[in-house]
Structure formats: C-alpha cells, structure tokens
Design a protein around this ligand. Structure first.
Ligand SMILES: *Cc1c(COP(=O)(O)O)cnc(C)c1O
Length: 800
C-alpha cells in the first residue's frame, strides 16, 4: 500500500458524516444540537478522513524500514486544529457548505474550538509549524511533548493590569486525540544508585506512569500524516482503598494527585530559567517517556541497538530535553549492558540540539545537588560524559565543561552530546559561535550549523488569509502552498496597477473584519483606512514594546502641539502576555493600557491615533491580526532576538516591517530588498560597544528633546492621574540603566516611523512594497527549514 492524494468528499458526503456523528457520537439530533455538538460532529467527520492516510504512512514507514525523526519539545503551541486539518485535506469548502447547509455558522463552529496552547510563544509555535511541515514533506517522525492539563494562562486586564486565569482546554472532550493506555511507561525519580556485580542499578523512590495521547498531524493534500504523542502523568500506585474505607479520603487520593502534578501545568515563562524541581521532573518525564518509546519501536522493528543512529534522529528543541543524552546512555549501559564509550558514541550520532537563545538568564543550569537528588544516576553519567569529553579533547580550556561551580550547564551538555548544534537565524548562529560556545566551536568545527526558522504557509497564509490566498491563486495558479518560492511569480504583476488594487482590496477586507471584531470585543471604533501598526509577541524588555509606546506618546504629543500638520492616521495595536512573575513586563502592559485610555479619549487627536490592546494574545488572535496588518513591529535590541517567526508571518501577509538588524529580520530584509523594509537602530556589535558607556542612557536622552518630553509626561502622571508616581521607577530606569537601549535607538526609530508615514501617504509605492514582500518571502516556509534539517542534521529523506 502506498500513500495517495486523498479524494475530497462532496459537501453532501460530509453532511451525512456530520449527521451520523451528531447522532451516534454526540447523541443529539439536529434540532437540539449546540454549537459544541456541531463542532464535535464536524471534527469527527474530518478526523475520520485523516485516519486512513495516517495508517498508510505508518505502515509504509515500517515496511520500508525508514529512519524516523523524533522532535522533543516541552512546548507545542498548536492553536486550533479543525480548520487547518480541513484545509490540508482539501475539504474546507465542502465542509463549510455542509455546515452552512444545515443552518449553522461556519465561523461560530470553527471558533468554538479552544486553542491548544501548550506553549508560551515562538519556540512552541515553531515546533507546531515543524510538525506540519514534516507531514507535508513526508518526513516520517513523531513529535513528543507533554499533555498539560492547563496550557498557557488566559490574560485579562483589570484597570490596565494583567490578570492571569487558568486555561482549561481539556474541560470539554478533545476530538483530535487518541488515548493509548497500552503505550505507558514507568518513569522514576530520586532514590539511590547501588552497585551490583560491578554494575550501577538505579532504584528510584518515586515513580509515575507516562501515558500516551496521540494527535495525528496531517500534511498538505493529506499525502502523509505523522503523530504528535503527548505524555500524561498517571499514578503507578492505585487509589488506596484501605485508607478510603477508613474514611481518610484525602490521603486515599494522594498518589493520584501527586502524579498528576507532573503534567498539570505549563511553565508560563519563555525567557527566564527557574531552577524548580517540578520543572526538572517535567523535563525528565517527557524525555524518558520518549526514549523508552523510541527504543521499544526500534527493537520491535527487529534492529540492533548498535544500529540506532541509522534509524533514529532525535532533535532537542532547546535544552529542555537535554537530559536525553544521559538518559540514552543510561538505557544503553545500565539496561542493555553496552559499554559507556559505545553508548555515548551512539547517543551523539542520534542527537541534535537547537539553541534558541543567548540570553544568559534563559540558559538552563541545574544545581548539582538538585540534579543528584532528582536523578542520581544521571548525575553520575553527566560527570562521566564531562570526563569523557575532556579526555577526548585534552585541549579543552579549564573553564569549559558541563559541571562547573556545582552546577550542570545544560547548554554545554546538549552541545557535547549532539552531533549537530543549530542556531535559528544566520545572525544568531554567528553569535553562538562568537559569544556562546566559542571554545566548543573550536574543538568541534562544523558541529554548529544554521537552520533559519520558518513558518507553515498553510496555516499562516492559506488558512488565515483567504482573501490574499485567492488573489495569489488567481494570479499565479495553484501549488504555491507547498512550494512557496513560487510566490516569486507575483513579482511582474506588482507593476500592474490592477493587481496592486486587488492586493490592497484583500488587505482592506481583512482590516474591515478586524475593525468589526475590535468594535465588538473592545468597544473601540477604528478606521479601517488608517494604517494598522501591529506589535504582537510576548512582552519582554528585549522586544522593546516600551520603545514603541514611548514613540506613540511622542506622536500623540506632536499631534497635539501641531494639529494642523498632515498625519497618516494610525491604529497602534499591541498584543502579548507577560510571564506572571515578570514585574517590569507587567508594568509595560499597564503603561500601554494607561496611555491608550488617555489617547483614545482625546478629542484633539481623533482618528489620527488610536491604541488598542486586545487581551489574551494567542495563535487564533495572531491569525486574525496578522492578515490585517500594514506595519509589522520587529524592534528588538539587536543581538537579542534569536530569529523571530512573527516577523515572517507579517511579511508573508504583505505587511511592511519596521525593524532592527536582529534575528531573521536580517535575512527577511535581504530577501525582500532593503528598499522594502524600514530599517533603524544600532547593530548587534554597536549595541555591545554602546553598553560600554555607563551613561549611555542619560547621554541619549539628552540628545532627544522628544524623549525628554515623553519621559517628563510619564513622570508627571499624565497617564496615571490617579497615581502620579506609578511610573517613577520606569522613568528612573530609563535615565539610569536602560539595558535594552530604548533611549539610544529612540530617535532612529522615530525617524523610521516618519519614513513609514511618507510611504503610506503614497499608495502606489506602499502597495508595490507590500506585494513585493509577499512575493519574496518563499524562503521562510518551514518546508525549506525542515528540508534543511533533514539533509544537514537528521540524514533522512522524504517518503513521498
Ligand atoms: C508566531 C507567534 C509567536 C512568536 O512571535 P515573535 O514575534 O517571533 O516573538 C508568539 N506567539 C504566537 C501566538 C505566535 O503565533
């Protein structure tokens, strides 16, 4: 049996399937079904059509003895699944017709699905895009993650302040997962290591069961499907009936509660590392369950463990699963009697490590006492790996190594146990070599490689932007969804005024829809003809939402001072969550909301400047905002954003970027052309230079009257009249520290915004630039990225 293109069903076929599931799966008749019932029935009807290609792909992989890729990630920021699956199966139109034919609203049904928010931001979303591209390319593989009961918290604003509420995506039945009670492994923690007949034996004192839940991941046109296997923690010791019968109800349920905490919540922080025991246990839980599963599958194929690297490629998404090296060595040595030397050699051949950050506060380091207590055998193996590395690399400087200052450094561990280490943009990879691992790079030339991030064009263009997708297909024909370089064929059309009008119309339709949504949700009326200037991403000082709001205040001030001048009306749109413990980020959120309150109520400004900040930014909101954006804010301090993927989504959807030379911005600008990108700000090396001046902030502020005025207004309480001192700390920090150089880049940013205004005032120029952005973004497809991983890191080929 080989895989084939699925045959799209008719709306009538689907209608039958939906009604069947409504009746027999949901137990409802059409007259009494709720939106939820319809959504479930539709999901099951679509899911049914994934199963066949899913089985076929699995079968083919077994029969052909293909190498599989295992993508280990603590986060998968999936979002909604229904519409994406329908599109990849080629049946969105039919499904819509069927649903509407039965009197239901398509958008209501689709939007009833909660986001699967098993991630914080870019890193988790990347994992989700990569799963989809692996399925599209026919790269046999599995994603391994944790089935968190509660994904990323929900954000509300109260008096402008972020308030977190727990997320509950599993409260309703989840139609896209299959429970696999038979795929369960016992995972140990703590205890002691004993020597028995010269062999180490780890006797854990705690155990939990990792139980698998599988989600099929269907590729474009349904030609291939892989599995995302998420682990859920269950108790190994059953409910204590004796205690229950004695009336001790709480104690009876204790083992269950204890085990379940392991997969209970996602850690809601994306940029700082906290040395918490529960987090270490979660990381080991995921990694150990995955490795057990991988070894079991390998042996079931009849292969020898010595041949593992020929059949298995394991990718570590950041250092979170970096215990994989020691765990694989432990399995091979302790459980299968292999020598350490042979085991570590096999591990290195199987493993790859993706580095996602240079921020020192995000680099994982575990205190040796904690590692030794939670994973005593692994601590021994880590020391053995470190010693082996030193022995095989006698030139290693004394300050380099895995275990230093009573800490295990996970970055070094991942580097040493992987055959390839990759950065996520050209600039980031260069900085890994220069600043993060220069000594290890010298010892292992060629191990560090680049794989610039990508995004899946199915979700981020075809699904979320039907208006533009239709125009593209009408203009250049089909096929661009799976071969994004084809968008280059749009280039000649950019000179055609008719095409530019159509391009602008598509954008306008998306802006109208967004304006309606904002009016409905926020009660704020915005003009769809205004420029939509969007910054959506996690709130972090390095991403510099502060720089944006400071410039916004300056703009407001300027309009008030000079109301007769000719301004391009703008809507500043912000979106993003702050880590619950990140006080500075929360202060920035509050400032944005405070400024919005004042500016939006100012009759002098009117439609010329509006600020909106819809709460609870997530994948679904990104799908709504990005197609409607005119301007994409990618303004991180140079050297701090490893790649970014939001930047790619915007440019692909015809938004122009205002940005620094950071992360993948550098490559985006090269691809779309410098003349179609609003560049400003210090470069990464200039940033390092600038920081050497301890008074850089004060000097920069004194150079800018506009910034002085802005800081003065904030300090006087113009945006916090009920509490004038609210932002004194923030203003003080601007004058005296400003580590992320908002002041140093302020005037350059303001000048670039003037350039943006000038371009927007000239529609012919603007739409030419915007269309060229779309036409030239092919490189940033996650298909290109995954193809790069396959050939340069995993050594696998497409099965299609
Ligand atoms: C793409 C995406 C991100 C990453 O955005 P950056 O601008 O690259 O930080 C974060 N969150 C969501 C919901 C996304 O879709």
């Amino acid at each position: 049996m080989t895989v084939k293109d699925v045959i799209a069903p008719s709306a009538d076929d689907l209608r039958q399937d939906i009604l069947r599931h409504l009746t027999f799966t949901m137990g409802k008749d059409a007259d009494h079904a709720s939106v939820y019932d319809w959504r479930m029935a539709l999901s099951f009807a679509i899911r049914d059509r994934i199963v066949e290609p899913w089985f076929a792909a699995t079968k083919q992989t077994w029969e052909q003895g293909r190498k599989r890729v295992y993508y280990l990630s603590m986060e998968f920021l999936i979002g909604r699944i229904l519409e994406d699956a329908a599109i990849n199966l080629g049946l969105r139109a039919a499904a819509r017709e069927a649903i509407e034919g039965m009197g239901q609203s398509w958008s209501a049904v689709v939007e009833d699905e909660p986001d699967a928010a098993l991630g914080n931001g870019g890193l988790g979303r990347l994992a989700a895009c990569y799963m989809e591209s692996m399925a599209t390319l026919g790269c046999p593989g599995y994603g391994y993650g944790i089935r968190y009961e509660h994904g990323l918290f929900k954000q509300r604003f109260e008096g402008g302040r972020q308030v977190e509420a727990p997320e509950d995506w599993l409260k309703q039945r989840h139609p896209w997962e299959f429970e696999r009670p038979e795929a369960a492994y016992e995972i140990g923690f703590k205890g002691a290591v004993e020597m028995r007949a010269g062999k180490a034996v780890w006797i854990p004192s705690e155990t939990v069961l990792a139980e698998a839940f599988d989600m099929p991941v269907i590729g474009w046109k349904g030609r291939w499907a892989n599995t995302l296997r998420l682990w859920s923690a269950k108790p190994t010791t059953m409910f204590d009936l004796a205690r229950f019968n004695h009336g001790d109800y709480a104690a009876a349920a204790e083992p269950e509660a204890l085990a379940r905490t392991l997969s209970r919540v996602l850690y809601p922080d994306d940029t700082t590392y906290q040395g918490k025991e529960l987090r270490l246990k979660q990381e080991y839980f995921l990694t150990a369950a995955a490795l057990h599963d991988i070894i079991r599958r390998h042996l079931a194929g009849g292969y020898r463990l010595e041949d593992l690297p020929a059949h298995v490629a394991i990718q570590m998404n950041d250092t979170h699963p970096a215990i994989a090296g020691p765990e694989l060595v432990r399995i091979l040595v302790d459980l299968y009697g292999m020598s350490f030397e042979q085991a570590i050699e096999i591990a290195v051949k199987c493993l790859g490590y993706t580095n996602h950050t240079l921020l020192p506060e995000a680099l994982e380091r575990w205190a040796c006492y904690l590692m030794g207590s939670v994973l005593p055998r692994h601590m021994q193996i880590i020391e053995q790996i470190d010693a082996w590395h030193l022995k095989t690399n006698p030139n290693r400087p004394h300050y380099v190594g895995v275990v230093k200052h009573q800490e295990v450094r996970m970055g070094e561990l991942a580097f040493i146990t992987a055959h390839k280490v990759n950065g996520v943009s050209a600039l980031h990879t260069k900085l890994i070599k220069q600043n993060l691992f220069p000594e290890l790079d010298t010892l292992h030339p060629g191990r560090i490689v680049n794989q610039t991030n990508g995004i899946t064009p199915r979700r981020w263009l075809r699904m979320s932007n039907p208006a533009l997708s239709r125009l593209i297909t009408e203009t250049i024909g089909e096929g661009w969804e799976a071969d994004l370089d084809k968008l280059r064929a749009l280039e000649p059309h950019v000179e055609d005024p008719g095409f530019r009008d159509d391009f602008a119309d598509a954008k306008r339709r998306n802006k109208d829809a967004l304006a309606n949504w904002i009016a409905r949700e926020q009660g704020i009326k915005i003009d769809p003809a205004a420029m939509f200037d969007v910054q959506i991403k996690r709130i972090h000082e390095y991403k510099r939402q502060l720089l944006n709001i400071l410039q916004t205040i300056a703009q407001w001030h300027e309009i008030r001072e000079n109301p007769q001048a000719d301004y391009q009306p703008r809507v500043k749109i912000f979106g993003g969550k702050a880590a619950p413990g990140y006080q500075t980020a929360k202060e920035i959120i509050r400032l944005i909301n405070d400024v919005a309150t004042v500016v939006n109520a100012d009759p002098l400004v009117g439609d010329r400047l509006r600020i909106v900040y819809p709460a609870n930014y997530n994948v679904s909101m990104a799908e709504r905002l990005i197609p409607a954006a005119d301007l994409s804010e990618q303004i991180s301090t140079a050297g701090k954003e490893a790649s970014g993927t939001g930047n790619m989504k915007f440019a692909l959807n015809g938004a122009l970027t205002i940005g620094t030379l950071d992360g993948a911005n550098v490559e985006i600008r090269e691809e779309v052309g410098a003349e179609n990108f609003f560049l400003f700000g210090l470069t990464a090396s200039e940033v390092m230079e600038r920081r050497k001046d301890p008074e850089h902030a004060r000097h920069a502020i004194l150079q800018s009257q506009a910034l002085q005025d802005v800081l003065q207004m904030i300090a006087e309480g113009r945006f916090s009249p009920d509490e004038p001192t609210r932002y004194h700390g923030l203003v003080h920090n601007m004058w005296h520290s400003d580590y992320f150089l908002c002041a140093s880049d302020f005037e350059a940013y303001r000048a670039a915004q003037v350039e943006v205004d000038r371009a927007f005032a000239d529609p012919e120029r603007w739409w030419r630039m915007a269309a060229l952005n779309t036409a030239r973004m092919g490189f940033f497809s996650s298909d290109r990225a995954i193809q790069g991983y396959m050939t340069e890191i995993w050594g696998t080929e497409s099965a299609l």
